[in-house]
Design a protein around this ligand. Structure first.
Ligand SMILES: NC(=O)c1ccc[n+]([C@@H]2O[C@H](COP(=O)([O-])OP(=O)(O)OC[C@H]3O[C@@H](n4cnc5c(N)ncnc54)[C@H](OP(=O)(O)O)[C@@H]3O)[C@@H](O)[C@H]2O)c1
Length: 254
């Protein structure tokens, strides 16, 4: 399989790192020269990555083309490119709808995918819409593929995917607090990362029980976990949390 990437930014780079850690068989990967420093770094690290200046050449030489560009760039460049009927396209562009993409590219083999940066370590959910074998056969090597029929519902995951920075801030706040109390930085950060990793793995293993049960099971009456939960609830932490999800949803559903 020959893959082409139009746009060599953050998410393209993460996908390519993931691919080279995976068992996916790839003959060649063509990436665009923008961003040039990321493209050069990838080509230096991986022998089968080649940088091409011309986006059309990337399309012509590849069987599957990833669109790793922003919507603004997409609007400027996609209608000038030609995608022959046999090309398969995976769009990573946040706000371009499938019908819109089909029109601009004049190609029907289009899938929207929403991977996240941990794809770099072959972890994390990858939303695919609509369900598609060619996209699944690539992404199944790089994380947990979740296929969804409804494009409208697929936007809902943009809200939850936007929790990344806030999640890391919880880790940051926890370890900063430990450091302030006299714990060595490395020790504190290892502790916090291991704690949240264990909680997430446990939640995944027990997801059939429902998260509400996990919340209940991790508190003893009048215990320390209950104290923190109640303090945060009283401070409307979770109300604000849900509101933030809702506000992202409003923004991406426009
Ligand atoms: N980051 C994520 O976690 C994530 C996850 C899922 C989906 N997405 C979506 O994926 C898309 C890319 O996101 P990103 O975070 O990777 O953005 P990014 O880091 O800004 O990457 C976009 C890349 O497009 C390049 N570019 C600009 N003009 C171009 C052109 N004419 N031809 C080819 N490439 C061009 C830019 O190069 P220059 O720097 O030289 O301008 C840049 O390297 C967005 O639509 C985003 O919503 C992102």
């Amino acid at each position: 399989m020959i893959l082409g990437f139009i746009g060599t930014g953050k998410i393209t780079s993460s996908i390519i790192y993931g691919i080279f850690k995976s068992k996916l068989k790839v003959k060649k990967i063509y990436v665009s020269s923008r961003n040039s420093s990321i493209a050069k770094k990838l080509a230096k690290k991986f022998g089968s990555v080649k940088v091409l200046e011309n986006n059309q050449e990337i399309i012509d030489k590849s069987s599957v083309i990833f669109l790793g560009i922003t919507p603004t760039v997409g609007s400027k460049i996609l209608n000038k490119l030609h995608f022959s009927k046999n090309k398969r396209i995976i769009s990573l562009i946040s706000t371009f709808k499938i019908e819109q993409l089909k029109k601009i590219t004049n190609n029907k083999n289009i899938v929207r995918a929403t991977p996240l940066p941990p794809i770099e370590i072959k972890k994390g959910p990858i939303i695919i819409c609509p369900p598609s074998n060619f996209a699944k056969n690539i992404f199944k090597h790089l994380g947990k593929v979740l296929e969804i029929n409804s494009e409208k519902l697929s936007y809902k995951f943009w809200s939850t995917a936007s929790l990344m920075a806030a999640y890391y801030e919880i880790l940051n706040t926890s370890s900063k607090w430990l450091i302030k109390k006299g714990i060595n930085k490395k020790f504190a950060e290892t502790y916090v990362a291991e704690l949240f990793l264990a909680l997430s793995q446990d939640a995944l293993n027990k997801s059939s029980q429902g998260f509400k049960k996990l919340v209940a099971d991790s508190q003893t009456p009048k215990g320390l976990n209950m104290q923190v939960l109640n303090e945060l609830k009283n401070g409307k932490f979770f109300t604000k949390f849900s509101k933030a999800l809702e506000n992202v949803n409003k923004r991406v559903s426009k």
